[in-house]
Design a protein around this ligand. Structure first.
Ligand code: ZN
Length: 357
């Protein structure tokens, strides 16, 4: 978000002092200045109580005695505080303080991390405890913490279609649902570890060529609007650090190992059925597992491949290709292994557990 400001100095000068367009209240009793990123400062005229009722840090600051010589720096007739934080971040924080409805941002918005990172960084620095917790509570719903929530979100994504009445712009699924690169960066910078497992799992399904910066830049020659309109998902790969790439590589390896470890013995197929069908059950079970591995390789989505294969034994049983006991054992066992995989994602990607915060 760009700082909305109007200049009060020479617009051509780098050292411009600018009053914020909407956050310079004439009846405010405090001016806060913040560097605007182009060599100048943005000035906010606000009300002290707005800061002190939400932040212990500001409350304490306002109770400090004046300097030894009794002097207080003023601007426009009221005390001024120069903060080192960027005007962009300050905009985010003050906008939410003055208009709490802004905290109800669209949690699925792939650009949500960019919109809330300033708020979260300053909220942590200046101890706006409740504001920080409410913002995090709202945002983390975009990244499921249980397998059931994951499946529900995947179903929602699966049935999403562009609004047919929207003639103004083309809507892409990728611009509607969460994007993992910015989410992981936000989680690392603003201490939201609980979203990392889902975000990393989703990232592991994507290819590096599916880059947000390329596919959402209509001027980029590699931009592929056709792929986006067919539901392609992308990531902001440039926001990941070396450690993130290590976690990703490790997670992918561990999931491959997990898939390779599955066999008919895992599901106890061909154990309790009678001798007449034992061999057929075992062979069909191996075939199901191979089908699952192939689907997992092609989609890079182990959870989806396992879910798909949970529905297959029923039709095999109906065609007398699998006995009832083996059908039940495979379906039940696969569901159990899928849950196990979900629980192991933090460990596989070398991430904090979902419970930590
Ligand atoms: Zn059997």
């Amino acid at each position: 978000m760009n700082s909305e400001s109007q200049t009060s100095g020479n617009p051509g000068s780098l050292n411009v002092k600018a009053h914020h367009l909407t956050l310079y209240h004439n009846d405010g009793d405090l001016v806060v200045s913040a560097p605007n990123g182009v060599g100048g400062s943005t000035f906010y005229r606000i009300h002290r109580f707005m800061l002190s009722i939400h932040s212990y840090v500001f409350r304490d600051m306002f109770t400090l005695p004046p300097a030894a010589d009794g002097s207080i720096e003023t601007y426009d007739g009221v005390p001024i505080v120069h903060l080192p934080d960027s005007a962009e971040d300050m905009d985010g924080l003050l906008n939410v303080l003055y208009d709490p409805s802004r905290i109800l941002f669209n949690k699925y918005d792939p650009c949500a991390p960019a919109k809330i990172s300033g708020v979260l960084k300053l909220a942590r620095k200046y101890d706006f405890t409740n504001l920080r917790l409410r913002t995090i509570e709202h945002y983390i719903q975009a990244w499921p913490s249980t397998l059931h929530e994951w499946d529900l979100l995947e179903q929602t994504i699966g049935v999403w279609r562009p609004d047919p009445d929207n003639d103004d712009e083309i809507e892409f699924l990728d611009a509607v649902f969460p994007e993992p690169g910015a989410a992981i960066r936000l989680a690392r910078e603003c201490d939201i570890p609980q979203i990392l497992p889902s975000a990393f799992y989703h990232l592991s399904r994507l290819l590096q060529q599916d880059d947000w910066n390329i596919h959402h830049d209509w001027n980029d020659p590699d931009n592929d609007t056709y792929a986006l309109s067919n539901g392609r998902r992308t990531a902001r790969w440039d926001l990941l650090c070396l450690e993130d790439y290590r976690c990703l590589a490790r997670g992918r390896e561990k999931m491959d190992e997990f898939m390779l470890s599955l066999s008919k013995r895992t599901f106890r197929v061909g154990v309790k059925c009678n001798d007449a069908v034992k061999a057929k059950c075992a062979a069909n079970c191996e075939q199901l597992i191979n089908q699952m591995r192939q689907r997992s390789r092609e989609s890079r989505d182990v959870l989806a491949a396992m879910l798909y294969c949970e529905s297959l034994p029923g039709s095999l049983e109906a065609d007398a290709e699998l006995c009832h006991r083996c059908c039940f054992a495979f379906t039940f066992g696969l569901s159990r292994k899928r849950k196990e995989l979900w629980e192991k994602i933090p460990e596989m990607f070398n991430l904090p557990s979902r419970q930590s915060e």
